[in-house]
Write a protein that binds this ligand. Structure first.
Ligand SMILES: Cc1cc2nc3c(=O)[nH]c(=O)nc-3n(C[C@H](O)[C@H](O)[C@H](O)COP(=O)(O)O)c2cc1C
Length: 202
């Protein structure tokens, strides 16, 4: 069976297992290979791993305390409404790597500059939720490649989490929390709808 479909949400971890910054960076680097609209990569990760940071997160969670208390980290994924501030850096990197001709860089940056005034904050957030959701899925699989398991957590006060963590709530909009750590239980099997329930051929 493919490793991808063996993933389960794991809620209880070995609390003695931490993830080094070096390894977390590797996990994030691989996660960032996820696709995103115009390659703007709007995902931002806030790694809640210290006891003090976890205590800041606790009051904004709806349950999910087992993950909080046993995980190596709670990775809080936000999307950046100012993602376009990185456009130049992204396209500069592409040119430097020989992956994009200079003229394409110029054209893309011009297009983005023209587009920004036409965009609504809601539109940017919506796009960011899609991109960051794809990154979240990628992170779940990359974590497993590193021997860790995860649980998606949407059960938190979305309107409070940025302030609780001291993050700029105007700029960063919450997407999902992923707990990550070494599994201390197998996780429950779960069912899925039939393909016919969710698929329409046109
Ligand atoms: C957006 C989202 C929010 C979720 N929120 C929670 C949560 O707050 N707490 C929790 O224990 N699991 C949460 N889950 C996990 C789901 O319950 C789980 O993915 C689903 O039951 C299927 O089980 P599986 O992940 O083991 O395949 C969430 C999953 C998603 C995608």
């Amino acid at each position: 069976m493919s490793k991808l479909i063996e993933r389960r949400s794991i809620r209880k971890y070995d609390p003695t297992v931490k993830i080094t910054k070096k390894e977390m960076k590797e996990i994030i680097e691989k996660t960032n290979r996820a696709p995103s609209s115009m390659n703007m990569q709007p995902w931002r990760y806030f790694i809640v791993e210290s006891h003090a940071a976890k205590e800041k997160l606790r009051p904004v969670l709806y349950g999910n305390y087992l993950q909080l208390d046993t995980s190596a980290a709670m990775i809080c994924i936000f999307t950046d409404l100012k993602k376009y501030e990185y456009a130049e850096k992204i396209y500069d990197k592409a040119v430097a790597a020989g992956l994009m001709p200079e003229e394409v860089r110029e054209k893309q940056l011009r297009n983005i500059a023209n587009m920004i005034p036409t965009l609504s904050e809601e539109g940017i957030e919506k796009g960011g939720l899609i991109d960051s959701g794809l990154a979240a899925m990628q992170l779940m699989h990359v974590a497993r490649e590193h021997g860790y398991e995860t649980c998606s957590i949407g059960g938190f006060r979305h309107e409070k989490i940025a302030d609780a963590l001291g993050i700029d709530s105007k700029r960063y909009k919450p997407v999902l929390i992923l707990s990550i750590g070494k599994a201390a239980e197998d996780g429950y099997p779960s069912v899925r709808l039939d393909v016919e329930d969710v698929t329409t051929w046109l």
